[in-house]
Design a binder for this molecule. Structure first.
Ligand SMILES: [Zn+2]
Length: 146
């Protein structure tokens, strides 16, 4: 539970590791107040992903003591912006979004969270990604074609 929750780093430097172990290789260092998305809310290590301007999205494991607000795991509002079309079964715009449930790997450390939208009028369920994720896919596409 708690997947998709947004937290911020509270230490001066938070090391992101390849596995949930203090001995695992460090894949990134995040400065204080970096926003991270919880992928797996483990204990004591939490799998997160974070956007780094110079590298794109990085994912790995950090010790939960370096993150704020974990007490409320799973209760944070979903802030990912999703641009929804009308339901293609009933035409309503009554979508509810789940948190990200699986992740597409654009590269080893570049993950895009895929969520479902559920039409509360007719029950249609679709997979979708958010506006921010669409931008990440576009920049990934550009990096491959230039
Ligand atoms: Zn519908």
């Amino acid at each position: 539970m708690g997947s998709g929750q947004k937290l911020v780093t509270i230490a001066v430097v938070t090391r992101v590791r390849t596995e949930g172990s203090p001995k695992a290789e460090v894949v990134a260092e995040l400065p204080r107040d970096t926003e991270v998305e919880v992928l797996i809310n483990g204990d004591p290590f939490v799998q997160i992903s974070a956007w780094r301007a110079e590298r794109g999205r990085v994912a790995g494991w950090v010790h939960r003591s370096f993150l704020s607000g974990l007490e409320g795991a799973g209760t944070a509002p979903e802030r990912t912006q999703i641009v929804d079309p009308p339901c293609n079964a009933c035409g309503a715009l009554n979508w509810v979004h789940t948190p990200a449930e699986r992740f597409i790997h654009l590269s080893l450390l570049n993950l895009v969270g895929v969520r479902h939208r559920i039409c509360t009028s007719c029950g249609l369920v679709q997979e979708c990604i958010g506006a921010k994720e669409i931008e990440e896919v576009k920049s990934w596409q550009q990096s491959r074609t230039t």
